[in-house]
Design a protein around this ligand. Structure first.
Ligand code: C2E
Ligand code: CA
Ligand code: CA
Length: 554
């Protein structure tokens, strides 16, 4: 039976009703069935995406049923049966439906029966909401969200399309929320998103990633042009905007990346972009930071390398290993511990030092797994030394992002239990960057670890602005003075005074001092006059392989 069997006036009526339905059903697919002839019209987008024969169909219910997941079929069938046998006046069901590409999307389908003047069913119409599609839209701004962003970048990688992408974020949005209220903050985001789309993103994609962060991606603009656009955007918001009668000025940050090398994946690109963004925010006062300029390496090699490193984390930590740098007692110069230092090596890149990948990957969702691997490997490999040097302490570096993982402490305890390693022979080093975390959380984590005997060291003391604040706020067992403060200690009186002051500060708070970067005998001669507990540096030993550490000291 073909469409032509349906009288023209009925076909016309269906069309006009369908248009009315479509206006109401934003973001969803619409279907409408003339029940007298079982003749229906379905949204064009649905027809295309799910590969239905046509917008107009006779007996669409059974055609659609072919697309329903086998496990959901019966419920669907019963629902439709109830409608057509007049047992039900509508339905509201969820099922998985197969798209033209063979994948299933979860859909919610809601429909009602419209009766004629005599109360007989005449039309059955409704809307189908595709969850997969819907979740790509940010409800607040109407922009494509993080999933849409990932999809866009993945497509560019897959199709080898050169592009420039920039993450742009609003500073201090939390403060705006606190001062003016949450709804006002939402309005700011909406206006910002709209402006961004109209002024930069209109030639590519505009996305809202999360919280205060947006992204624009362009296949036509150069990085330079993107930077210029950003600068005028920044000037516009810095001068202030009118939000429903209230005037606010906004400060922005921006990190960008040029995608030219397709030997990568979207997660790596995202990590690099976030790294550039954080640089803009924390070190460049909101200036436009392109990813490669922050690094000395050729940017092409860099992104591909990060991709390989990232992949190797998920492939059983392939290529990762630890070196150990001895820590000696300042007086006796005897070995009392070692610091585990991460390395990654593969055929293509050789040995890669941690500075080149840790800062970029530490925010990656995979990083906590690497962190656990580092801890496990370090305690496993050095356990033997405890038998020979009973006071030996292994130092393991932490990234601040590990500390904020909800299960961080339990993971540490689990590793120590499984390896049967005594907690009081482990020292975890944190850097000042952990000030980026919530202080209450940090304190809880540190107290938990210390309560079980684990030692905590503050690494790179003095290199940041808040070392003092941290030492005051948290109980550290050891403070490690950065090698930057002792490099010229032999000739510089000021450096000597500074180190002396650092030592008094540490003593005030009951912490021991370790000085890093001891390179000459002159340095240790001078430093030995201060109340320093331990030394670490090339003068004693460079970081070495575990075999060498064991053979030298056991
Ligand atoms: P760090 O924790 O401050 O580690 C000390 C760094 O100083 C090491 O560099 C070490 O090789 C170097 N060093 C030690 N003595 C001397 C010396 O006398 N002279 C000079 N010039 N340098 C010396 P490395 O191994 O390249 O590590 C760099 C940074 O990477 C580390 O700084 C740490 O922040 C990070 N890192 C290393 N391993 C890990 C890890 O397992 N986890 C985390 N989260 N970060 C790590
Ligand atoms: Ca360290
Ligand atoms: Ca250090």
């Amino acid at each position: 039976m073909g469409n032509e069997t349906v009288p023209l006036h009925r076909r016309k009526k269906l069309d006009s009703l369908f248009e009315a339905f479509s206006i109401l059903a934003e973001d969803t697919y619409v279907y409408l069935c003339d029940m007298v002839y079982d003749y229906s019209r379905w949204s064009k987008t649905l027809v295309q995406e799910f590969g239905l024969p046509s917008e107009y169909m006779i007996n669409a219910g059974s055609i659609w049923e072919e697309h329903i997941h086998p496990d959901d079929k019966q419920t669907y069938h019963e629902g439709i049966d109830a409608i057509f046998s007049q047992k039900a006046k509508g339905h509201d069901m969820q099922y998985r439906a197969k798209k033209a590409n063979g994948e299933y999307d979860v859909c919610t389908c809601r429909g009602i029966v419209i009766t004629d003047d005599n109360g007989r069913p005449e039309y059955f119409g409704g809307a189908i909401r595709n969850h997969a599609k819907q979740s790509h839209i940010d409800k607040l701004t109407g922009l494509s969200n993080q999933y849409g962003f990932f999809e866009g970048i993945s497509r560019q990688i897959k199709t080898h399309t050169n592009s420039r992408t920039c993450i742009i974020g609003i500073s201090r949005l939390t403060e705006i929320n606190e001062v003016y209220g949450y709804r006002f903050g939402n309005r700011v985001l909406q206006l910002f998103g709209r402006y961004l789309m109209e002024h930069i993103g209109n030639r590519g994609g505009t996305y809202r990633l999360d919280g205060c962060k947006f992204a624009v991606s362009t296949e036509t603009q150069s990085l330079k042009e993107l930077e210029e656009s950003y600068d005028s955007l920044r000037a516009h918001f810095r001068a202030g905007i009118n939000v429903d009668g209230t005037f606010v000025a906004l400060e922005l940050n921006a990190g960008a990346l040029s995608l030219e090398d397709f030997d990568t994946d979207v997660q790596t690109i995202y990590a690099c972009l976030n790294f550039a963004y954080d640089e803009s925010k924390t070190r460049k006062h909101g200036d436009f930071v392109p990813f490669h300029e922050e690094l000395n390496l050729d940017k092409r090699g860099r992104i591909a390398m990060l991709h390989d490193i990232r992949n190797n984390i998920s492939k059983g930590f392939d290529g990762f290993y630890l070196l150990y740098q001895p820590v000696v007692h300042a007086e006796s110069e005897k070995l009392i511990g070692a610091e585990a230092l991460l390395r990654w090596k593969n055929e293509k890149y050789g040995m890669v030092p941690p500075d080149l990948f840790i800062p970029i990957l530490e925010k990656d969702p995979l990083f906590p797994d690497l962190g656990e691997w580092i801890l496990r490997t370090a305690v496993q490999e050095t356990k033997e030394i405890l038998k020979v040097i009973p006071g030996f302490v292994i130092n393991v570096n932490l990234s601040y992002t590990q500390l904020e993982q909800p299960n961080f402490t339990s993971r540490v305890w689990k590793v120590l239990k499984e390896t049967d390693f005594p907690p009081d022979h482990l020292c975890l080093e944190v850097t000042e960057r952990c000030r980026l975390l919530n202080m209450d959380l940090l304190e809880k984590v540190i107290l938990n670890l210390r309560s079980g005997g684990i030692k905590i060291a503050l690494d790179d003391f003095g290199t940041g602005f808040s070392s003092m604040g941290l030492v005051k706020a948290l109980p550290f067992d050891t403070i490690k003075i950065d090698r930057g403060f002792v490099q010229k200690i032999e000739e510089d009186d000021k450096e000597r005074k500074l180190v002396n002051n650092f030592v008094s500060i540490a003593k005030t708070f009951g912490a021991k001092v370790c000085v890093e970067g001891i390179e000459t005998s002159g340095m240790c001669r001078i430093l030995r006059e201060y109340n320093i507990h331990s030394f670490q540096g090339y003068y004693y030993s460079k970081p070495i392989e575990i075999e060498k550490l064991l053979s030298n000291y056991t």
